[in-house]
Design a binder for this molecule. Structure first.
Ligand code: AHR
Length: 499
């Protein structure tokens, strides 16, 4: 057993947590939409064709915001293809994912699905092949009450009331060579500025996310954010971050250390945002939207073969990572990292939600089930709302192949609005439990009412349709007193209440 100590004080608040930290993402990609959220004719489908078994799992996750419709897809997408009578919508080649898009789901359908799923829409506009005018038009179509051609078109397509979409992304990964309409930082900064002006002139209540780098590994990282924000700082509210991790070397210790890089990534983007703020002598702070994050690597090889076999198919099983128990631990560590940076990371969208690198899987001929990574997100979303407290943690460290002095325990703490306290903690040690001593100095009369832990003997354990409960959290009898035991290799939720 190794030892760790966590000091919490209710006065040491990092920030009020923006509930959108527990967001997600649905892209027109693979089976996310078709045979994922939407499958008319499936026994679980409702009258609009939405799978209710999937909706149930999404509602349990309690996802406050869902990004849509891409991703790389959006950079070639004309939103007009997805409105109006379904039998008149065009089939198009989607060059991002080499598939055929049927457009049977578009804006109206997605808004309706989002209402059923209790989630707000975060809509990405096309700034790859699209223009500021296209971006302006969809804001007018979606949010203007009526009396103009576009808003009346929405009404005639069945939506009397505006969709009132509050959060918009200005394109996607515009620095990437794989993106349709890749731009230099200056080109993107200019087009983002002009699109932002028009969009906010149509609806001043909206918030906008500018594209940051598509990853920390981009050669233009840092310089991209600086130049883009130098152009569009006054017109946008957030800059995006994207990251995906993978245990490619099959080194679990090193994989679980990835959140050291994540923390550094976040702090670097904050520094660049604030450097532009300083240069501009601006009052406003740009906040961070981590609008794509997850583990993604299991399906890479399979996808290459699939493209060779079925070029231009529809609803191909692309990016179908089957997640292991160790992936769930990393997802838990990523959530802890977001909570510890909750003063600047205001939005985060796990990429994605259904079938495509997703916590929820479906069988087109069968049911829907939760992957391992579903559980830390569900528990954080459920118990992680309120104020993020500064965790002062001391514990042993170890070195891994690519990381030095990795703490064996990581934790975040949330003071809930009802006075309850939740601690999320991961024990990175694969062989030993951790005795975690808690110094809750400013909290009077708190009792540990629940300790849930996600553990498994096999770090490669997965959930399947036949065995959906193989990896799921279990209650541990709550220990009273100043210490708790975190099992080896575990994600833990400790819930305290005032008695
Ligand atoms: O989420 C999958 C893809 O990853 C998205 O389409 C893209 O933005 C990123 O590269």
């Amino acid at each position: 057993m190794h030892k760790a100590k966590l000091v919490l004080d209710r006065d040491y608040v990092i920030a009020d947590i923006d509930p959108r930290l527990y967001g997600s993402f649905i892209e027109h990609l693979g089976r996310a939409v078709y045979t994922g959220i939407y499958q008319p004719g499936h026994p679980a489908a409702d009258s609009e064709g939405f799978r209710q078994d999937v909706l149930d799992l999404v509602r349990k996750l309690d996802v406050p915001v869902t990004r849509y419709p891409g991703g790389n897809f959006v950079s070639g997408y004309d939103w007009r293809d997805g409105i109006g009578p379904k039998d008149q919508r065009p089939q198009r080649l989607d060059l991002a994912w080499k598939t055929t898009e049927t457009n049977q789901v578009g804006l109206h359908e997605f808004v309706s699905w989002a209402q059923k799923a209790n989630t707000q829409v975060m809509y990405a506009v096309n700034l790859g092949t699209g223009t500021p005018a296209d971006a302006r038009d969809i804001v007018e179509y979606a949010n203007h009450p009526g009396g103009t051609q576009l808003s009346d078109l929405r009404r005639s397509n069945g939506a009397r009331d505006p969709f009132d979409i509050k959060l918009w992304c200005l394109g996607n990964e515009m620095d990437g060579a794989w993106q349709m309409g890749t731009k230099t930082a200056y080109e993107y900064g200019r087009v983002a500025t002009e699109a932002a002006k028009l969009m906010k002139w149509v609806d001043p209540s909206i918030e906008l996310v500018a594209c940051g780098s598509s990853g920390l590994g981009m050669s233009t990282f840092g310089e991209w954010e600086y130049q883009v924000l130098s152009e569009c700082y006054d017109h946008v509210d957030y800059v995006s971050l994207h990251t995906y991790y993978g245990n490619r070397n099959n080194d679990t210790n090193d994989f679980l250390a990835s959140t050291m890089d994540l923390d550094q990534f976040i702090k670097t983007v904050v520094a660049v945002c604030d450097a532009v703020r300083g240069k501009k002598r601006a009052k406003k702070r740009i906040q961070l939207s981590f609008d794509e994050w997850n583990v993604w690597y299991h399906s890479n090889q399979q996808d290459e073969q699939l493209y060779r076999r079925q070029p231009w198919g529809t609803a191909l099983p692309l990016l179908e990572d089957i997640y292991t128990f160790e992936d769930a631990l990393l997802v838990g560590l990523m959530l802890i990292t977001f909570l510890k940076n909750a003063d600047r990371v205001r939005i985060a969208c796990m990429a994605q939600l259904v079938n495509v690198i997703a916590p929820i899987m479906t069988n087109p001929e069968g049911g829907a089930w939760a992957q391992t990574i579903y559980y830390p997100l569900m528990q954080a979303s459920r118990w992680g709302r309120g104020q993020s407290l500064q965790p002062v943690l001391t514990c042993d460290t170890h070195d891994t192949a690519q990381h030095e002095a990795v703490p064996l325990v990581d934790a975040a703490a949330v003071l809930q609005d009802n006075g309850g306290l939740t601690i999320f903690a991961v024990n990175r040690d694969l062989a030993r439990s951790a005795e975690l001593t808690l110094d809750l100095r400013s909290f009077d009369g708190l009792t540990l009412v629940e300790h849930q832990a996600l553990t498994h003997e096999d770090v490669k354990a997965v959930n399947t349709e036949q065995h959906p409960d193989n990896v799921m959290p279990k209650a541990i009898p709550p220990m009273q007193g100043a210490a708790v035991v975190l099992p080896k290799a575990s994600w833990n939720v400790l819930r305290y209440r005032k008695q």
